[in-house]
Structure formats: C-alpha cells, structure tokens
Design a protein. Structure first.
Length: 292
C-alpha cells in the first residue's frame, strides 16, 4: 500500500510531464507530510516502544560502537542505544520527528546526532557504521532495493544489520491490506511496506551483501486500547497512513464508514477477549552480518 494521498507520479520526461527525479522528490515530500501528520511520537510511546528492547538485544550496540538508526522517527531505538553507550546517528526523512527525538535526548543528557536523510540515498560514507538498525522504519521507503543497498553500503564489512518490520500476515500488514481499496494505487515502482516482514523478501534484498544470522517472527502485545473503537479513534488521529486514508475520503461519508467498519472488524478479529483489550501484532526480527 502506498501512503500517498493521491497517486500522481509521472515518470515521463516529455513536455508537460514529470521526470523520474522530480517524481521521486514529490513522492518523498508526500511521505514526509504523512509522517509529520498526527502524533507518531505518541504512537511510539504507547505501542512501538516495546519493539526497541528486542531489536537492541539483537543489534548488540556495545559502548563505543557507531550505530545508525535508519528511519529513526522520534528516536525510540536511537535513544536507548545511546544509553547503552553507542555513538548514535538517528536519520529520518521527517524533520518534525527528529525534533521530538532531539528534545528527548537533550532532557536525558544524551549525545545523539539527528540527521534529516532519505533512507534510499543516505549522506554517509561507505562503511561508516559498525551497526545499522531500523525499527518499522526503512520498510516504508517505497523502493526496497534502493533502501537495502543503502543499509549495506553504510555498514562496515563484518558489521551487524538488525531490522524489525511488520509482517504481511500480522495486524499492521492486515491493516494496510484493509486500507488498500480505499486509497489511490501506489506510484510505479513503489513496493508494499509489509514485504519487509517477509523473510524471503529481505534475504533477496540483501543478497550476497550480507549473511543472515537469524530471522524470527515475534509478537508485540498491544494493550493500549480498551476497545476496537478506541483503537480506531487513536489511529485516525495519530497514525499518518491512517490519517491520509481517511483524508482522501473526506467527501465520501459512505466510503469513510466502510473503511471505519473494516478497521473495527480487524481490531475485533485480533482481540483476545482479555480486559483490557489485548492484540498481538506480529513482526519479523532479522539480523545479518555485512559481507566482506
């Protein structure tokens, strides 16, 4: 699923048409706008903060090692990595998220370098980092091969790459599938984010550039919501892709209601019946060693 509000993405270079570089800039600008909307730092605090400990345990950010957090958002991995003693650079396409992370790190007295950067074209030297990580971040870069090539390029030979991504079959993967009929089709060349949660896909992306050390599907217990309706209201308010999907339907109340019903049904399907409401969201944790 694309996270654009509209689908225009010309690839021609003729008169009156948009060339590929301009189209890519426009696509990335939309991505920035989507993730700047709502309150993704609150999503992190309430939900995805629980993904940081297993990712960092796998990444092994020992004191003194250089670590790059790709698509770092507001720093839910970068900040604890700095607390563990690593020399951390947090890179993200969305400056609004970086500002939140920078303020949090300063309050904690931590040194983290915050860099605005496109995951598909990062401004770092080859082999600059001992450890490269991404927590449900790089999966949203639209061109998977480019993003994977950058992960490999900036990691030193023998360094570790550790990634967390929502699986296609898990809750978030299913949520994007449920939203797909209600949003414009992705622009040419863009790939669905949950494919990063498919082990075979990630192995093919890394290819001979890295040796996969482990790949494990795990579940994140989510107890932030008292009901499916509370989940829906929170995601309509705070989560950029959901906000964009509903924004595209603002003039169509019937389709808005259909999307709401689809998401409520999904939340109810994943609910365990416990009190408070618990949903288990599946993700892939993959660890690799850079070849060379």
């Amino acid at each position: 699923m694309a996270i654009e509000v509209d689908s225009g993405s010309g690839v021609g270079a003729g008169a009156g048409e948009e060339g590929p570089e301009a189209a890519d800039r426009r696509l990335k600008a939309k991505h920035r706008a989507v993730w700047a909307s709502g309150d993704y730092p609150e999503v992190t605090r309430r939900i995805t903060a629980g993904l940081a400990p297993p990712l960092l345990e796998a990444a092994q950010p020992e004191p003194g090692l250089s670590l790059l957090d790709v698509a770092a958002g507001s720093g839910n991995v970068a900040i604890p990595a700095a607390q563990a003693g690593a020399r951390v650079v947090a890179a993200d396409l969305t400056p609004e998220l970086l500002e939140v992370g920078r303020a949090d790190a300063e309050r904690l007295g931590l040194e983290v370098e915050w860099r605005e950067a496109d995951a598909e074209a990062m401004p770092f030297a080859d082999g600059a980092f001992d450890v490269v990580v991404s927590c449900v971040g790089v999966m949203f870069a639209p061109h998977h091969e480019r993003a994977a090539a950058e992960l490999l390029r900036v990691c030193r030979p023998g360094g570790r790459i550790a990634l967390v991504a929502w699986t296609p079959e898990g809750f978030i993967g299913r949520m994007f599938a449920a939203m797909r009929p209600f949003v414009p089709p992705p622009p040419p060349g863009a790939q669905p984010p949950p494919r990063w949660g498919d082990e075979g896909h990630v192995r093919s992306l890394l290819g001979e550039g890295a040796q996969v050390l482990s790949a494990e599907r795990r579940r994140l217990p989510v107890t932030a919501f008292a009901s499916p309706q509370e989940f829906l209201e929170f995601f309509r308010t705070c989560y950029g892709p959901t906000i964009a999907a509903f924004a595209g339907l603002r003039e169509d109340p019937d389709r808005t209601r259909e999307l709401s019903d689809a998401l409520l049904e999904l939340a109810a399907e994943f609910a365990t019946g416990q009190d408070p409401l618990r949903m288990d969201w599946e993700y892939l944790l993959l660890v690799a060693r850079r070849a060379g």
